[in-house]
Write a protein that binds this ligand. Structure first.
Ligand code: NOJ
Length: 513
């Protein structure tokens, strides 16, 4: 048996709290809803769950605008509910990590309210990023469209890399450091197994707030906005806190970079345990692209992670299906990509609903959309609501079993989701849910014996073939079936099992001959 910490090869399931399960019957998911579905998650075979923010918030950005870092929003429950959820998750053998949002607070946070009430130059304003001037202090734009600066009636501007309701903290102020160290301890004391760190590469800005160069080259890794060297000191401080608790508490950063080398800086031994590796999620359906990502990652990062979807991007089966004439191509490719991802060393992050093969909902009525991106772009960008539609649990109930009562879910679910519900898929061996359960169980049974390295084998164009110990993984991203290498049996196939050839849009795990 390998003796490595749990997070190293864990499969972590992301719960977008407002869309997972609604026990209170108000149309919005909550902590008790999650609690009631823990047996489902344990049965699915994941190792851990990550909860998106549930702290008190005006919900200008679905909770990523936190007004109180030490509480639970009444929409989602109470601190007692949270404690019960942690205890139950652990009793089900599931680790639990929570989101921490250190780049910005809500504008309703007492610190920002105090800053608004205090004069320019005051200590209260110094906890955020305020500047004087007739014009905005620089050319930065918000990630949600529009300027990144908002002007107050007294003439000062404040920075918000996201919505105006999300003012950025000034991490050059020691009080901000102290506050977040205390916030981490607050949740660690309540038993969480770790944190997902929001916008982890954004906390420090260029000291002079220099303009962003006009070309987008190297935007994520090297710009006055992102990945300033000082940010690493924050994670060294945080690592010491995490290490001071028993039981392998871990942190995964939401780090967007241009290269795997830049990503690796965040997971040096005294910094974060992991960072999301968004390269695959950003890649097209292409064996060449996948191979480069796998190679670059495994060279640069010793604790790799893999992810295909999350609450910020178009669901991967929809991405993979774009441009294909085959109606099922997206789902077939999504299942194949999952097999490839789960065959690799490291840990994997799944996004709720991908195990049901849920597509992006692209035709939400405009009036139902809540993502600030939609409004701030004047409707030009649809935003992220399409991947946040509540989960269908049963086939016939109102809201497909999402809400306990007869409330309407906060985003409407497509009628076709009756057939994609957990209830519809659970007993069907050919369903995507059954496939996820099978592959997660198989991965769990093999993982102690699998080495941390892979070896590439020659394979036809548009395919990948690699071995990892006793496992062979093959994926076909091309248009033609290809022969399989000699093997000792099929362990699992993402499509119809075939002993000798691999169909297009299919992946397979084989036993070594
Ligand atoms: C990343 C989160 O995943 C996203 O949902 C949020 O809008 C931004 N950070 C801002 O907090």
């Amino acid at each position: 048996m390998k003796n490595s910490p749990w997070w190293r090869d864990a499969v972590v399931y992301e719960i977008y709290v407002r869309s997972f399960a609604d026990a209170s019957g108000d149309g919005i998911g909550d902590l008790q809803g999650i609690r009631s579905r823990l047996p489902y998650l344990a049965g699915l075979g994941v190792d851990a769950i990550w909860l998106t923010p549930f702290q008190p918030s005006p919900m200008a950005d679905g909770g990523y605008d936190v007004a109180d870092y030490r509480g639970v929003d009444p929409l989602f429950g109470t601190l007692a509910d949270f404690d019960a959820l942690v205890a139950d998750a652990h009793a089900h053998g599931l680790r639990l990590i929570v989101d921490v949002v250190p780049n910005h607070s809500s504008s309703a946070h007492p610190w920002f309210q105090a800053a608004l009430a205090a004069p320019p130059g005051s200590p209260e304003r110094d906890r955020y990023i305020f500047r004087d001037g007739e014009e905005p202090p620089n050319n930065w734009t918000s990630a949600f469209s529009g300027p990144a600066w908002t002007r107050l009636p007294d003439g000062q501007w404040y920075l918000h890399l996201f919505a105006p309701e999300q003012p950025d903290f000034n991490w050059r102020n020691p009080a901000v450091h102290e506050e977040f160290l205390d916030v981490l301890r607050f949740w660690l004391d309540r038993g969480v197994d770790g944190f997902r760190i929001d916008v982890a590469m954004g906390l420090y800005k260029d000291a002079d707030l220099a303009d962003v160069p006009p070309s987008g080259e190297g935007f994520q890794s090297r710009s006055p906005i992102w990945s300033q060297p000082e940010v690493h000191e924050v994670y060294r401080e945080w690592r010491k806190v995490l290490d001071s608790y028993p039981g392998d508490r871990a942190a995964v950063g939401e780090v967007w970079t241009d290269t795997a080398e830049d990503l690796a800086l965040y997971v040096r031994p005294d910094e974060l345990h992991q960072s999301f590796n968004f390269a695959w999620l950003e890649a097209p359906w292409s064996a060449t692209a996948f191979r480069k990502i796998i190679e670059d990652t495994l060279v640069a990062v010793t604790a790799p992670t893999w992810v295909l979807s999350n609450h910020d991007v178009v669901r991967h089966i929809t991405r993979y299906g774009e441009g294909s004439l085959e109606p099922e191509a997206g789902l077939d490719r999504g299942r194949a990509a999952l097999l490839a991802m789960l065959a690799l060393p490291g840990s994997a992050y799944l996004y709720q609903g991908e195990e049901l093969g849920l597509p992006e909902v692209q035709d939400l009525p405009p009036e139902s959309r809540q993502d600030p991106i939609f409004e701030r772009s004047g409707g030009e960008l649809l935003g992220r609501d399409g991947c946040r539609v509540p989960i269908p649990w049963s086939s016939d109930a109102q809201s497909y079993g999402f809400s306990s009562g007869d409330a309407r879910p906060w985003l409407p679910q497509p009628a076709a989701w009756a057939d994609l519900s957990v209830e519809s898929q659970a007993g069907d061996p050919a369903s995507t849910l059954s496939f996820y359960r099978r592959v997660l169980a198989l991965r769990r049974s093999l993982r102690a014996s699998l080495p941390d390295a892979i070896a590439w084998l020659d394979s036809p164009a548009d395919t990948l073939l690699f071995t990892r110990g006793e496992l062979i993984c093959a994926i076909n991203c091309g248009d033609e079936a290809v022969p399989l290498p000699p093997h000792g049996g099929i362990l699992i196939s993402s499509g119809e099992p075939d002993q000798t050839s691999l169909a297009p849009d299919t992946a397979v795990w084989l036993r070594q001959a």
